[in-house]
Design a protein around this ligand. Sequence first.
Ligand code: ADE
Ligand code: ZN
Length: 340
Amino acid sequence: MSKMDQYISQMPKAELHVHIEGTLEPELKFQLAERNNIKLPYHTVEEMRAAYGFDDLPSFLKVYYEGMSVLLTQTDFYDLTLAYFKKCVEQNVIYAELFFDPQAHMVRGVSFDTVIQGIRRAQLEAEERWDVKSQLIMCFLRDMDAASAQDALEASIPYKDWIVGVGLDSDEAGNPPIKFKEVFRNARNEGYKLTMHCDVDQMSSVDHIWQTLNEIGVDRIDHGVNSLEDEALCRELVKRKMVLTVCPISNGYVTQSRKTAEVKKMLEKGMRVTINSDDPAYFPGYMNENLIATQRDAGLTKQDVTTLVKNAFSGSWLSDTEKQIMLSQLHTYSETTQVS
Ligand code: ADE
Ligand code: ZN
């Protein structure tokens, strides 16, 4: 392992864009299927991975939603989430903001309570055992209607103290941010932070990013790489100090490129870009693999890499005190660790 790879691997890191359902590795999928008496259309882990033949967002989402069929009980969600936190420990990720998709479970008859209690139990255990901290972001599925998102919002209210914000994911084609303007206004009134996916190379990516700023008033944008096509938009994002959660390995699967040159451009423009894993069980690579790939592809310096990670801590939805503690941990690490 090179010194730079070592620097990245051992660095204290934060992840702001990971779908907990997208961390369901084939091995655990088989275990849960057996426990729940569900027959999967594959015999082996290799066969399952070989069937992950997606090359765009809709073809990925089909496999992603199919995979969730094995998640039924509170214990299933606990096992799923604890497995992700074990990866965090291996990779020195000390803080994570986890997306979850309640509607995708509620339509299968799995209650909001089942989902969130299982995830919450793993969060408390990970903090206690390994000092890995985390917060939850509930995503609405943009290919369902706004009334369904409103129902999910209402279902979340009894658990409000366990959820830091709301997001918007799933298939973006024909489902612009504005479709959810009212639901997001209601979520804001409940005290939730707001973020939205603006997936890469979508039909109206640039318009959608403008909508998140001008119509929704988001606190963060997930992906948002296509902002580089519009100078005025880039200036606006810099002016608002908007954090963008970019996911290079994921981009390499759902588009033709990992968009790592774009990450460098964003850094050069002073945009607050971060690196994340998105759905690491499907787009193979957790935080370290994503950062290492970005550094190599784009020839990033130690300072560039450190800025990416600093942006994640400072752009997180932690309290200012917690942010300062983690940022100073990162600062000490980078000051005392050589890469050459
Ligand atoms: N749901 C899970 N992963 C997603 C992604 N990368 N884009 C949109 N919706 C998602
Ligand atoms: Zn995502």
